[in-house]
Design a protein. Structure first.
Length: 67
């Protein structure tokens, strides 16, 4: 699930100043963010209003089945 609130981003200046750790740089390069507004515009309907609800439900389901 994807929320409607944008997640924090790192500016180009932050990326270029060389102060980011190697692990942070790897995460930045692997960023898989998508525009939920665009997906909704195409008619996609999310199961959960935000990632928080989806994550909580996923954890609860995992605990029920693996518990």
């Amino acid at each position: 699930a994807v929320g409607t609130e944008p997640s924090p981003t790192v500016t180009v200046e932050d990326r270029l100043d060389g102060t980011e750790s190697d692990s942070r740089q790897a995460r930045i390069r692997a960023d898989k963010r998508v525009a939920s507004r665009r997906l909704r515009g195409w008619g996609y309907e999310f199961r959960y209003p935000t990632f928080r609800e989806g994550y909580a439900d996923g954890v609860a389901e995992y605990r029920r089945t693996k518990g």
